[in-house]
Design a protein around this ligand. Structure first.
Ligand code: MTE
Length: 867
């Protein structure tokens, strides 16, 4: 047996040197002596060591990455594909730095010194539960090395998204990569824990903690035990230790199946009698029937729980690489033929048995040449990177193959598209038509590259471009083509363009109102007490809604005399917009609108003592970002000068406006800062980031804040809110003053922020006799925000301040309350006494259920305030 680690290193180093031709002769000699000359070895690789500046402010601030990778979901989480041509040009094996990455959340931070003690447990339906450390995984089990292609189930999804938006983000056709993986067979590890007879599934769990728990999924136990299926654990790719993005230090590799089953940062193997009930197993990696719309799937969880729609084996697929997207072939200088090239793969170990090309819309096909680099490893005997290459007996194909075909340039000149389809050994063949589904996975229709003749050149276009808008699909759609008409959206002769779905518009005008209002009349009727304002050129009088506005009278008063179209449309719901006809009084003439626009808003003064202005936006600069947890940050903003205070009454909020990094409009949301409102020079916002998940788009504002670079400026306006705490039990609600002896504060997640302002005001004033009970509901212990401060207030005076935490997903070690904020806890701590008020802030569902219970328990609506 030969050991080849050193030779490989040499290979990599030498091919990187300038005197390549001299060195290669020597090297090839060496390789052939070792029987390696024929197997494709990893491409030259330079694993990055620097963290890119774009990643520094993210939870992945410890992960060095290659800047060539195309980010498909913004900066974070890291979901990337390599440029298709660069991927293909690296050859059969992909370097770790160019290998596609699919991370649902932050990359676990694993220090070098902790790796030997990285533990995985084998538990569940086993006779002998086991915990193995990393060293044992390497030393106690035979190590193998095998080439395996991983493919994300979302590969080519952008095409589905152009047809109709799915719940997934847009991959081009480079969501796949191939490496030599080294590690033990999963079967050997499972065997040592002695699976019980009733064990049918292997559930895997990673160390990455996500909004819906740790990432996890399952495969069938008999697959894991079947040597033909080649399921393994890996600690090396291409002879290098796994990089953080690819599961360092240990991951599962499940050949022939969608990449989603190859769990990274592996911590647990749990044998069960049913498929995994992990959230990511249920709500990810499925192809639901095509008629199930995103709305249907959200309304009925049964669609997700039907195991028939889960996907395991990859389906047959192919993509053209050359000609590249936007490649231009100059007919004057082109040779007689052009070599069209690309890749193909199939699932479940099935071989690609043919790749076919058509130049006449699929009427006739010709066969491409295929090279199967993977087969070279079947003849190899020996060890590679510390693992035995043991493939001679196994017939399954777990890697992509490359195909090519020479086509006469004259033929390319006379057609409008190159069509490619592949077939596997089960005779599964790529379909002409797309099978659209709600997650947009497993997209595999014929790959079509269009050809346009332009000034003596041929211009090629792929269906989509993952890095930018473009591609023939978008072009055809824009021109009114129906992409699902079986003809790639091209209209048949005489066919009418497809009708576009009309945009939903809400009428905000009152029938019969046709008074014209000029700027003089408008100004004369707009004052600090009489709010006339303009939206989309229409004039509204908000006086009658001053009391009813959920944001408090001030939110309307601050619009008085202004054109608030942008802010209004951004922050108001469809329901709110539908109420507008009641307040519509006329239309402003065009000249007056222009005059109003030029009537500049007051400029902020460097010397103003107070930052917030109710009628104009003032600018704060992001100077610091502190990670409180993987998804919660404190953003510190610099006000206009060091002595300035925010100017926010206790219990009120401010509006923050930032540019939308995706769309073109601004995003506006209300926040209550966590910092003391008397703090000079800065304010701190506590924000939980709602990241995108595979099925749910993340929070527009919070993901935009997450992407803000230090030094960015945001616009602020305020205060807003119907509630204000004046101190000593005195409150103002909707302009009316009243007294309370105690507050019952009900909150969840970041809903703590307005509650916290009031609580702090009470606790900081020794003379304030008001007592407070805080009922704080969260999922897990780490979700409890401001816990140290809350406990400190309770420690200061437990009669005045009582804090009750309740968790819905508490660990066994949790001694506090469990469950939601429901009848029992409210009965115990929040019974009505005629002298108290309830302050509530949390997720909508929590607020709704709290309102219902509190009213049932005898609280008057006027004693409840929802922030
Ligand atoms: N494992 C964990 N723990 N967390 C993840 O987010 N993503 C899965 C899988 N394993 C994921 C994971 C998905 S969807 C894919 S396609 C592959 O990892 C991608 O592997 P790669 O990032 O090494 O290419």
């Amino acid at each position: 047996m030969t050991t080849v680690t050193e030779v490989r290193t040499e290979h990599i180093i030498t091919t990187g040197l300038p005197e390549k031709s001299d060195r290669i002769t020597v090297e090839e000699d060496e390789l052939s002596v070792l029987g390696l000359a024929d197997i494709p070895l990893p491409p030259p690789s330079k694993i990055p060591t620097e963290v890119l500046s774009i990643d520094k402010p993210t939870p992945d601030h410890h992960v060095p990455r290659d800047p060539r990778l195309i980010r498909l979901t913004g900066v974070h989480p890291f979901n990337v594909e390599p440029p298709l041509t660069a991927l293909y040009d690296e050859g059969f094996l992909t370097s770790p730095e160019l290998f596609y990455v699919r991370n649902h959340g932050p990359v676990p931070f694993v220090r070098d010194e902790d790796i030997p003690n990285w533990e995985i447990s084998i538990e569940g339906l086993v006779e002998k539960p086991l915990v193995l450390n990393f060293k044992e995984v390497l030393q106690k089990y035979d190590q193998i090395t095998a080439p395996i292609t991983l493919v994300c189930a979302g590969n080519r999804r952008k095409e589905q998204n152009v047809v109709r938006k799915t719940k997934g983000f847009s991959w081009g056709s480079a969501g796949l990569s191939t490496a030599l993986w080294t590690g033990p067979m999963m079967a050997d590890i499972l065997r040592s824990a002695k699976p019980l007879r009733k064990a049918k599934y292997v559930c895997m769990e990673g160390a990455d903690k996500l909004p819906n728990g740790y990432y996890g999924t399952s495969v069938k136990l008999n697959w894991a035990m079947d040597p033909n299926r080649g399921i393994m654990l890996a600690h090396k790719m291409n002879g290098e230790d796994l990089t953080p993005d690819h599961g360092r230090p240990l991951r599962a590799v499940v050949p022939g199946q969608i990449g989603g089953r190859s769990v990274k940062w592996l911590k647990k193997l749990i044998l069960t009698d049913a498929p995994s009930d992990n959230w990511y197993h249920i709500y990810d990696n499925r192809v639901l029937p095509t008629m199930v719309s995103p709305e249907m799937s959200s309304n009925d969880p049964n669609w997700w729980r039907d195991d028939r729609y889960a996907i395991y084996d990859l389906n047959v697929n192919a993509s053209v690489v050359y000609p590249e997207h936007k490649e231009v072939l100059n007919l004057a200088t082109a040779g007689p033929s052009y070599t069209v090239k690309g890749y193909a793969y199939a699932g479940g170990g099935r071989r690609i048995t043919r790749v076919e090309i058509s130049l006449d819309k699929g009427k006739s096909w010709r066969l491409a040449d295929i090279s199967y680099a993977e087969d070279k490893y079947r003849d190899f005997e020996g060890e590679l990177f510390g693992g035995k290459v043991d493939m001679y007996w196994r017939e399954s194909c777990f890697c992509w193959c490359f195909w090519s075909m020479d086509i006469a340039v004259s033929e390319l000149e006379n057609t409008d598209a190159i069509l490619v389809r592949s077939m596997d050994e089960a005779l599964s063949i790529q379909p002409r038509d797309m099978y659209w589904s709600v997650l947009g996975m497993m997209n595999n229709p014929w790959f079509r590259v269009t050809i346009t003749k332009e000034n003596g050149t041929l211009k090629f276009e792929h269906p989509t471009d993952p890095a930018a808008p473009g591609g023939w699909m978008e072009r055809v759609k824009k021109a009114g083509g129906d992409l699902t008409n079986g003809n790639w959206g091209e209209r048949h002769e005489g066919e009418e363009p497809a009708e576009r779905e009309p945009e939903k518009t809400i009428n905000m005008k009152k029938d019969g109102v046709n008074r014209m209002i000029d700027i003089q009349e408008f100004k004369a009727n707009s004052s600090e007490t009489k709010p006339w304002f303009i939206v989309n050129g229409e004039v509204y009088d908000g006086t009658a809604f001053l009391e009813g506005h959920p944001g408090g009278a001030q939110s309307i008063l601050s619009s008085a005399g202004l054109d608030v179209s942008e802010d209004f449309l951004e922050i108001h719901s469809e329901t709110a917009k539908a109420m507008m006809p009641d307040y519509h009084i006329g239309t402003m003439d065009k000249a007056s609108l222009v005059a109003l626009k030029n009537d500049k808003a007051p400029v902020s003064e460097e010397t103003r003592a107070v930052f917030l202005q109710s009628r104009s936006w003032t600018k704060a600069t992001l100077t610091k970002r502190t990670d409180v947890s993987w998804d919660t940050r404190i953003f510190t903003f610099q006000l206009e000068h060091d002595k300035q205070t925010l100017g926010l009454p206790i219990g009120q909020h401010l509006m923050i406006k930032v540019a939308d990094p995706v769309g073109k409009d601004a995003i506006i949301r209300s926040y209550t800062p966590i910092s003391d409102t008397n703090q000079e020079g800065t304010m701190d916002l506590l924000v939980k980031i709602y990241f995108d998940t595979p099925t749910v788009k993340g929070g527009k504002m919070t993901t935009a804040l997450e992407k803000l670079a230090l030094g960015s400026v945001v616009n602020c306006k305020g205060p807003t809110g119907r509630f204000e705490y004046l101190g000593n039990g005195k409150v103002i609600v909707s302009g009316k003053e009243r007294r309370v002896r105690s507050f019952k504060m009900i909150c969840g997640g970041t809903g703590i922020t307005p509650v916290f302002q009031v609580l702090r005001a009470v606790m900081q004033d020794n003379q304030d006799p008001t007592s407070c009970v805080v009922l704080n509901g969260n999922r897990q212990e780490e979700d409890i925000l401001c816990r140290t401060e809350l406990d400190a207030f309770e420690g200061l005076d437990s009669k005045k301040c009582q804090v009750i935490h309740t968790l819905t997903k508490a660990p066994d070690s949790w001694t506090g309350r469990r469950g939601r904020i429901a009848e029992d806890v409210l009965k115990e701590y929040a019974t009505p006494d005629g002298e108290s008020m309830v302050l509530v802030c949390g997720p909508e569902a929590m607020e709704k259920s709290a309102r219902k219970i509190l009213l049932e328990q005898g609280w008057a609506e006027s004693d409840l305030h929802f922030f």
